[in-house]
Design a protein around this ligand. Structure first.
Ligand code: ZN
Length: 362
């Protein structure tokens, strides 16, 4: 498959749909708006074509660089380097049992996560950081953070260290500069913070589209998804707490998976608190005094003229884990790719929850 230009994609849409030029144009504009500047005009046209079921790819296998990978692509061939392999996790939810693992793959143009479900996850055992990995017949999916991922089907193949192939890729590092809370600066974007939980607020639930998981807004006695219109909704949740490290305290926000990780509860268990909020009291009290490490995005709260943190990783820690921070005012190296990925995820996350952050403390 050759990557089609914007004009070629629009041409295909015109040929294969009943849409007028104006309708195509406004649909592409709507996509651009929906993805908040995270896709190019060309990318938006590809997404529209894919949604309309218009085939852009021929049966030929596409050899692509990571930066050119777009949602909906199928049957790709990618030559990558393994930058990180994450442990395989067993799950058992809703009676569904299985395992999932993932790896971060890179080339000279970027990084992408590859997800391995069930028996495919066994393949991760044979992969190490630094391996050259050729993937064939993989497809692209958007996860619920709107980040692209590579997935495998029965016909997908992978070859580790094919002879004669090499890949240049940057190191993948997710380490953010560690900060004491009173040292967090307005221009810090991502930080690592250790601290003690001093206040925990009630969980707040909000409606999300039952089809895509994006925030759904009330309108005329129903809920409306920006993409899917009036929809039946599911609930998502956000937890707010204060973290104190002896230098200062900072409001910290945990959305969805991060709330699950902090509370060590499944999504089902947390959703049960919506019906029975009093049952959350015990868990809230148990959380007080916990010492944790978080990676977080720094958010400047204009209304209160203060900084707050949006956690994107959390784990329990011990005060002894905190090594003295030398030159803590010097920002440590932050990998550009990881940071860009964080930022992209953050932008989408923020877009989904919008104005919720002011309301939490009520
Ligand atoms: Zn939706």
């Amino acid at each position: 498959m050759m990557q089609l230009s914007y004009e070629q994609v629009v041409g295909k849409i015109k040929e294969n749909s009943a849409l007028s030029n104006e309708q195509i144009d406004s649909s592409i504009n709507a996509k651009l708006k929906q993805f908040a500047g995270l896709v190019s005009r060309e990318g938006a046209a590809h997404i529209l074509a894919n949604e309309l079921g218009i085939k852009l790819a021929t049966q030929d296998i596409a050899k692509l660089k990571i930066k050119d990978i777009m949602v909906g692509m199928q049957n790709l061939e990618v030559l990558t380097k393994v930058l990180a392999v994450f442990p395989v996790r067993q799950f058992n939810s809703n009676g569904r049992q299985g395992q999932v693992g993932s790896a971060v793959l890179g080339d000279e143009t970027g990084t992408i996560r590859a997800v391995f479900w069930n028996e495919q996850a066994n393949k991760l055992e044979f992969l190490s950081k630094g391996d050259v990995l050729k993937l064939k017949g993989v497809y692209v999916k958007e996860n619920r953070n709107s980040t692209l991922e590579l997935h495998f089907n029965n016909r997908s193949m992978m070859v580790a260290n094919p002879p004669g192939e090499s890949v240049e890729a940057q190191e993948f590092r997710r380490e953010n500069p560690r900060r004491r809370i009173n040292e967090i600066k307005d221009d810090d974007r991502f930080v690592e913070v250790y601290g003690t939980v001093t206040d925990v607020y009630d969980l707040r639930f909000y409606e999300v589209c039952g089809r895509c998981g994006k925030r759904a807004k009330p309108q005329d006695a129903q809920f409306v998804c920006p993409e899917h219109g009036a929809v039946s909704v599911n609930y998502s949740y956000v937890l707010n707490l204060f973290l104190d490290d002896g230098t200062a305290s900072v409001r910290t926000v945990f959305f969805r998976q991060n709330a699950e990780a902090f509370l060590n509860k499944t999504s089902e268990e947390i959703l049960a608190f919506r019906e029975a909020p009093e049952a959350f009291e015990q868990l809230k009290n148990d959380s007080l005094g916990r010492f944790i490490r978080i990676n977080a995005r720094v958010n400047k709260n204009e209304m209160f003229n203060r900084v707050e943190l949006i956690a994107n990783e959390v784990e329990d820690a011990k005060p002894a884990d905190v090594q003295p921070v030398l030159n803590s005012s010097q920002p440590s190296a932050v990998d550009g790719q990881a940071n860009a990925e964080n930022a992209q995820q953050a932008a989408v996350e923020e877009n989904k929850i919008e104005d919720s952050s002011e309301e939490q403390l009520k």
